[in-house]
Write a protein that binds this ligand. Structure first.
Ligand code: NAP
Length: 248
């Protein structure tokens, strides 16, 4: 049996990844904010995948202190033993306008989507380094590749995570630890429920497929769906003198 920890298990994308890992007989520790939904997910998985052992703990990255969070992660490792996969999937899409006018909102958005993720990566990477194995997969975003007026606070947090993961990968590669940066484009999830969907939108199941494949293929960075690599190449190549005048 293999073991996985999903941090932010209530995420629509993570939920699809969890099903795919449970179908492969992974034992899985789920950490999520909504205790009721967590219990329902555990019961559902127990029925669908009786070979997989599913454990749960409530976790809120704002309400819990970092000491409490590291303790929760320690419990996961102590329960499971050697852990093959840790996925960090929680996040929020901040209200950009609100953040621009309220520093507390902005700080909170940066804490959820950026700083707290780095702190959790710090702890998990050290555990995996001790094991000398395992994959740390983190969902960031293509939004972290270029700052735009409509969502640069979210983008800045995701960019911080991207750079941290680059350095971490460089550090722990020698210990046999894989660090996977997952950069989705637009995905149809709870987070984007209010948005009008178009051609560029992906289903969470497709993104989850890409994540699971990348874990097993030991990839470093993925864009999901794949075409975002090329869209972002174009967006990144626009000179700043032109980009600053665009309404993006
Ligand atoms: N959807 C997209 O278009 C898109 C694009 C690029 C990147 N991403 C990234 O993909 C990841 C997964 O998001 P998703 O699309 O699956 O959205 P989602 O379904 O809304 O999932 C986000 C999860 O984060 C959890 N969360 C929010 N605040 C939290 C907190 N303070 N403590 C603990 N958990 C908290 C939410 O908990 P509750 O269930 O309790 O609300 C929710 O389960 C995120 O990192 C997101 O930034 C998404």
């Amino acid at each position: 049996m293999k073991n996985a920890i999903i941090i932010g298990a209530g995420s629509t994308i993570a939920s699809c990844v969890i099903d795919k890992l449970a179908a492969k007989d992974f034992n899985i520790y789920l950490l999520a904010r909504d205790s009721e939904a967590l219990l329902e997910k555990q019961q559902d998985l127990n029925v669908k995948y009786p070979n997989a052992n599913i454990f749960i703990q409530a976790f809120d990255v704002l309400a819990n202190s970092m000491d409490q969070i590291t303790e929760k992660i320690n419990i996961c490792f102590d329960t499971l033993g050697t852990v093959e996969v840790v996925l960090i999937a929680y996040g929020t899409l901040p209200n950009q306008k609100l953040c621009e006018n309220d520093l507390k909102e902005e700080s909170s958005a940066l804490r959820i989507n950026g700083v707290s993720v780095l702190e959790i990566c710090h702890h998990v990477a050290n555990k995996l380094q001790l094991q000398k194995s395992g994959t740390l997969a983190v969902i960031t975003s293509v939004a972290g590749l270029r700052g735009r007026q409509s969502n640069y606070i979210y983008g800045a947090a995701k960019s911080m995570v991207n750079i941290y993961l680059q350095g971490l990968r460089n550090r722990v590669n020698q210990y046999g630890v894989q660090v996977l940066t997952v950069m989705p484009g637009f995905v149809d999830t709870k987070m984007t429920a209010e948005f009008k969907k178009g051609l560029l939108w992906a289903k969470p199941g497709k993104v989850a497929d890409d994540i699971v494949n990348a874990i097993f293929k030991k990839k470093d960075i993925i864009y999901t769906p794949w075409f975002w690599r090329y869209i972002m190449l174009i967006i990144k190549s626009i000179p700043e003198s032109i980009f600053k005048k665009m309404k993006l």
